[in-house]
Design a protein around this ligand. Sequence first.
Ligand SMILES: [Fe+2]
Length: 162
Amino acid sequence: MTSALVSPSALEADRLETLAAFYAENLTLRPRFSKASRWARRVLSGPDHEAWLLAWLPGQGTELHDHGGAARPAAGALAVVSGELTEYTVEPGPFPRLERARLGRGGVSAVGDRTVHAVRNDSGEPAVSLHVYAPGLEAMRTYLFDETGLSPAAIKRAGEDW
Ligand SMILES: [Fe+2]
């Protein structure tokens, strides 16, 4: 019997949040910090999903981005291993707006395959996070956001551009 109460996308979000939290709790790789940019390493690559470890010094962050564009969108989730991150998510609609959420240690956030968001370390301390993507992340499309709305800016390739 199928349930009308839980959508497939909600189940997938829950699964990815659970995976991100599990990997965050069972890390064996120590993150590094780079003054030049946030540090990122793919720590797991499977047939169904992959995981990345990211390390953020105060002030470091991403641009607004999606997770693969229209051709191969990935859903995902992030879990904060240490420190605090702020997630800025574009709420779509005729008048899109940015919603801000603070994520402390142990906090998790699901990212839909159409989500456009940015993640920043707006705190005064270093932060570490674990990100899961399904399918694996090949590219991110970055966006500009102003009073006229959201417009695509650039394509960034996984492992080369971040
Ligand atoms: Fe993201």
